[in-house]
Design a protein around this ligand. Structure first.
Ligand SMILES: [Mg+2]
Length: 218
């Protein structure tokens, strides 16, 4: 595993004073750098979306029905309703998102052994809600990049050891660039098969794989 000293460069504009202090302390240690997604890895995005769909459109759907990334491709809602859904999701609802099972224990375990860099592609107007939500749940992390856009562009300046994601195309994009990925399993990402992508059912599973990886790459 490599040494990470440059993370502050990218994080400078995005981290609070406390986070900056934490990052300065860890830059002198040899720790793996792990990129961790927020929606559907830390937070139960699907649960929140399903609640909004039922409330706004009177349509009761299940998690198993979410078989595509675009919800109007798999649920009985129109493209227009999907746009409306995400407008609501990103503007008013994020603070109500619950945690994915095992998130706090899993992330706490990881943050003691690696630099946890949270990265989200949520639009910029969600920045405040995202930070408030992380504080609300006291989720440990060393760095945070908001409205990241295309996450693989971070590879231009950082040696990233591992990515934890749920979006299939992002997982494949990192894997094709040689970065191992732990992919949280959802019906909409089951088409992803790549030797560097390890599929997990949740945080408990992820920690078991991380333990093995860290033993193999001390
Ligand atoms: Mg996600």
């Amino acid at each position: 595993m490599r040494l990470y000293v440059n993370i502050m460069k990218t994080l400078e504009a995005n981290v609070s004073g406390v986070e900056r202090l934490m990052a300065e302390k860890v830059t002198t240690q040899v720790l793996p750098l792990v990129l961790v997604d927020i929606d559907s890895v830390l937070g139960d995005a699907n649960g929140l979306l399903l609640r909004i769909i039922e409330r706004e459109f009177g349509c009761k759907c299940t998690r198993d029905q979410i078989t595509h990334w675009y919800l109007s491709d798999c649920l009985p809602i129109t493209q227009e309703q999907e746009n409306d859904l995400f407008a609501k999701y990103f503007f008013n609802e994020l603070l109500d998102m619950e945690l994915v099972d095992g998130t706090l224990a899993g992330l706490s375990w990881l943050a003691q052994r690696a630099m946890v860099w949270l990265v989200t592609a949520r639009p910029a107007h969600c920045d405040g809600d995202t930070i408030d939500w992380l504080l609300k749940h006291d989720l440990p992390h060393h760095g945070l990049t908001l409205h990241a856009g295309c996450k693989t562009t971070l590879l231009a300046e950082h040696s990233i050891d591992l990515v934890i994601e749920d979006k299939g195309s992002t997982a494949v994009a990192f894997a094709e660039r040689g970065v191992p990925v732990i992919l949280f399993d959802y019906p909409y990402n089951r088409d992803v098969v790549h030797p560097l992508v390890r599929r997990v059912s949740g945080w408990k599973d992820a920690v078991e794989i991380l333990q093995t990886l860290m033993k193999e790459n001390p």
